[in-house]
Design a protein around this ligand. Sequence first.
Ligand code: NAP
Ligand code: GLV
Length: 313
Amino acid sequence: MQILFYSPDNKPEPWLAALAQALPEAGVQVWQQGMTAADVQPADYLVAWQPPAAMLAGQANLKALFNLGAGVDAILQLGDALPPQVSLVRLDDAGMAVQMAEYVSYAILRHFRRFDAFEQQAQQQQWRFLKPNDKADFSVGILGLGVLGSRIAEAVQHFGFPLRGWSRSRKDLPGIQCFAGDAELDDFLRGTRILVCILPLTAETAQILSRSRLEMLPRGAYLINVARGAHLAESDLLALIKSGHLTGAMLDVCRTEPLPQQHPFWQEPRITLTPHIAAMTLREESVRQIAGKIRALERGEPIAGIVDRSKGY
Ligand code: NAP
Ligand code: GLV
């Protein structure tokens, strides 16, 4: 069995060692920019993050491409370069869900408990009481109730926030007011004070956080985007913060990453930025999951996490 590996953000050696340990029978080759089909052995499996089309060229024996992340938007942009008979497999939690729950819980609590304001006061050596917020006024709405969104919901539920969620198919989750489909999006937004976006980026969800939608949130609402930068109309967010309709945002993702130095987000103190770290790919957990799925495929068994390309996630 032959595996071809590519991850532009990581040193390959520890990944090769982990793959060799989990699948000692496999040969593993690293793909590098500039390589052509003539430089690589025919692979059965690709294990990759944001692979360029050139990595797929000439790979006639390929059975599956294992994405080293949850979101497959970058891979689906390759279009026909990924033949339809090759299964595209996303990471299924693999340690990301709890990280996402931690990040979003922090963002919600920081805003709701006014820790951002206390941090500013402390910088000015001010010991001053601020009126606490009332939880009943702070309903949390989660766009996306999949692997990561449902884990966020579970974590947030423990704090007792009124909780609502939106997905494509209808869910029935205890303690969560569930909304489904485009027809129920407006109602979902109108009752959401803290909006969390954890949707996949697809043709339907791109630019979903636009001015018209964000204006449906009640005045004083707060946005947390941990999905993809292209979900958000960035100038609309700035305008709505400046007008006072939104109180601020915590963003882990931006349209252009790294966020350019001249981007106005850097100058807006009501926007808190992190560099796409909400839920990182963990090597050991990911390799364990991928190796287990490769073994299952080799035995002819079904696996979870195959992307439905018609839906885009
Ligand atoms: P997932 O399991 O595929 O869940 C996606 C959820 O979104 C599902 O509930 C789905 O509804 C819903 N959805 C999709 N399209 C929709 C539409 N048009 N209308 C309504 N609901 C829709 O994905 P996941 O594993 O939770 O990951 C979500 C995204 O998080 C990834 O695609 C990635 O972009 C992002 N992410 C970010 C980071 C980070 O560090 N910032 C890390 C990992 C992932 P159904 O349940 O009805 O299908
Ligand atoms: C990270 O953004 C992922 O999709 O896993």
